[in-house]
Design a binder for this molecule. Structure first.
Ligand SMILES: Nc1ncnc2c1ncn2[C@@H]1O[C@H](COP(=O)(O)OP(=O)(O)OP(=O)(O)O)[C@@H](O)[C@H]1O
Length: 622
């Protein structure tokens, strides 16, 4: 307490900012130590109803706006209150975990107790080992990395309390997690799959899930998506097993895209037209649906998401290009604008290919996707955090929630299939007060998805085009061409070798001698030698290209006067970041608009809006 008071003296203003929320001193001390001098907007709006009103909260706020603590602080607060009551020997009317089951079997119909006491009569009869400690809160997240991050974040804030937090996710040792649960953590942060596995095994501590006081579903809209809903539904049935206990629980539901609504599929539009009903859900209807699925009662809805849905400090851009040119633009961007970058792909195959391709070009990218083993996933994430110029190529497993400071750019190598995906992927940059750039690479086949994205995000205009210095772009084309050749031959080699290996293994396993002349016994020695020679030649050619310095004078007045494109391990020296470049483009656009308006006004002409043109595939791309 004394140390908090010291902090309080130094941070008088901070105290004022936090003081209205009645935050316990140990938590306040940890918050101030982290430099969180005041609550963020979503925290400010959630804390009062959650802490003092004990309301269920449905919170929507932009990515990186501090939603974790918007639910984390009330949960920690609530648990401290419960522990205080227990310490003072006060009977917690809602808490029956210490009572004998026999006492609870029958409900006294004449009881004058209020509802809170009555509910104890409905205690679930369990036939597994009785838990030693009470489980107070369950926090569900869609990915393992996010679960670990939430656990670490809350552990930081709870470090001056005796609250214990455990994380339960797939891909990690089940035994170790069982050991952790035996210690009786107050909070469990979990992904649905592993949680269900342990529940299914009647793990004693988790057997209390139907009696928890706080339930958090982070990234709720993702958990409610068709593909994941069955897992969550099963869990909810278990958690909500006892209606009376459900009422005692406080629920928190958060996401950056909770209120984002989509154009429905064509057949629904047609149907709605016939019935003269609007086909699209309103954000309110979407929330109502979530409330009813989760069985929340009278929640406080806090929607502070921006009209654009994306983060305030996010700069957005796009490049329309042919499918074949995507790699060129990607390589150009990474070289011209070095900085911590995540490249998102729509499939694991695409992640694997890009990792290989950029490795050939010596950019040393890191991969992250759901088929990697968990240790490797964490390792790559750690390496990405440590290097300020690192490149991570990821599937949507990294799209939600990950809070890695200093990510400057997000590149969508493929147009995301949903607007949610675009918002969350882009939200890995421009977090809190930082700026960041999100860049979409779009080929002609992806135009329908791109158009849908712009429509769903209610954008009045197309995303601005990212400026590319064509001289530099042309200069890197040769490097990409050679890298593609190497990639193709390496792939051919790998496929041929694995085909032979497969036949040999299969024959060995069946104890067979293969004498069919059509089935190869070994690779054609000449072909292998030729390919090796070719690869060696191309690799040395590429090394030479990478070592070459391309200096271009006066590429663009707007940018820099001299740009040096050097070898890949020493990226382009530039004094204009992608963010600044995009800012100048946006400023230029604004100026242009102002000039046009001023001109029309001076000519006494009314201001007219340009007729909206249907966006089509630009003619300069195939
Ligand atoms: N009151 C605060 N003051 C300053 N920084 C804060 C505060 N609260 C949280 N942060 C920091 O803001 C960053 C983003 O927080 P958080 O990860 O909770 O965002 P989020 O809204 O959940 O984002 P996403 O939608 O991407 O999951 C974190 O680094 C966190 O430590």
């Amino acid at each position: 307490m004394d140390i908090v008071e010291d902090n309080v003296d130094e941070n008088n203003d901070s105290l004022n900012e936090w003081s209205e929320f009645n935050i316990p001193e140990p938590i306040l001390k940890a918050l101030l130590e982290k430099g969180f001098t005041k609550p963020t907007v979503i925290q400010k709006l959630s804390l009062l109803p959650a802490i003092l009103g004990r309301k269920d909260i449905l919170g929507a706020a932009e990515t990186g706006s501090g939603k974790t603590l918007a639910f984390g602080i009330p949960v920690l607060y609530g648990i401290l209150e419960c522990l205080k009551k227990a310490e003072n020997g006060e009977l917690d009317l809602d808490d029956d975990s210490d009572l004998e089951e026999e006492e609870l079997d029958e409900e006294d119909p004449d009881s004058e107790d209020d509802g809170a006491v009555c509910v104890r009569a409905y205690t679930l009869k369990v036939d597994f080992e009785k838990p030693k400690h009470k489980l107070y809160a369950l926090i569900l997240t869609p990915t393992r990395e996010l679960a670990m991050q939430v656990k670490n974040h809350l552990t930081d804030i709870a470090k001056y309390t005796n609250i214990k937090i455990a994380v339960i996710t797939g891909g990690a040792s089940l035994e170790k997690q069982e050991e952790a649960l035996k210690k009786g953590p107050h909070i469990v942060v979990a992904t649905p799959g592993r949680l269900w596995e342990l529940l299914d095994q009647n793990e004693p501590h988790l057997s209390q899930v139907n009696n928890i006081r706080f339930l958090v579903i982070d990234e709720t809209d993702r958990m409610l998506e068709n593909a994941h809903f069955s897992e969550l539904k099963q869990l909810l049935e278990r958690i909500n097993f006892d209606e009376s206990k459900k009422k005692l629980r406080q629920n928190f539901v958060f996401s950056a895209t909770l209120t984002l609504v989509h154009d429905p599929p064509k057949h629904i539009v047609e149907k709605s037209k016939k019935k003269n009903k609007p086909a699209r859900f309103t954000p309110g209807q979407k929330l109502q649906k979530i409330i009813s699925i989760l069985g929340m009662t009278d929640p406080k809805v806090i929607d502070c998401s921006q009209q654009t849905v994306t983060a305030e400090k996010l700069l957005e851009a796009r490049i329309f290009c042919s499918h074949e040119d995507k790699d060129h633009y990607l390589y150009y961007f990474l070289l011209r604008h070095p900085g911590r970058t995540i490249i998102f792909c729509n499939s694991i195959d695409c992640v694997l290919r890009l990792v290989k391709f950029l490795n050939i070009l010596k950019l040393n990218p890191l991969g992250l996707h759901s088929s990697m083993n968990q240790k490797h996933r964490f390792q790559n994430l750690e390496s990405f955090k440590k290097n300020s110029k690192a490149i991570l190529i990821a599937s949507d497993v990294a799209a939600r929630g990950l809070d890695i400071p200093g990510i400057e750019h997000v590149v969508h190598y493929q147009v995301p299939k949903t607007s949610e995906s675009y918002v969350h992927r882009s939200g890995r940059t421009a977090r809190g007060t930082s700026e960041g750039l999100t860049l979409v690479l779009c080929d002609p086949l992806e135009m329908p998805d791109y158009n849908k994205l712009i429509r769903t995000l209610n954008r009045k205009r197309d995303l601005p085009e990212f400026p590319v210095e064509m001289h530099l772009f042309m200069a890197i084309k040769e490097r990409v061409k050679v890298a593609h050749l190497i990639e193709r031959v390496e792939l051919h080699e790998k496929k041929s070798n694995s085909k032979i290996n497969w036949f040999q293994r299969a024959a060995r396993e069946c104890d067979m001698i293969v004498d069919d002349p059509k089935i190869p016994k070994q690779r054609d020695i000449q072909e292998v030698a030729d390919n090796r020679r070719f690869l060696k030649k191309k690799r040395s050619e590429l090394n030479q290209l990478l070592a070459q310095k391309v200096t271009l004078q006066n590429i663009s007045n707007r940018c820099i006067s001299t740009t040096v494109l050097t070898d890949a391990s020493k990226p382009v020296e530039s004094n204009t970041s992608a963010v600044d470049l995009m800012k100048s483009v946006m400023a230029g656009k604004k100026d242009q608009l102002k000039r046009r308006m001023a001109k029309r006004l001076s000519q006494n002409k009314p201001l007219r809006r340009k007729a909206k043109k249907k966006r089509k595939v630009p003619s300069n791309i195939e």
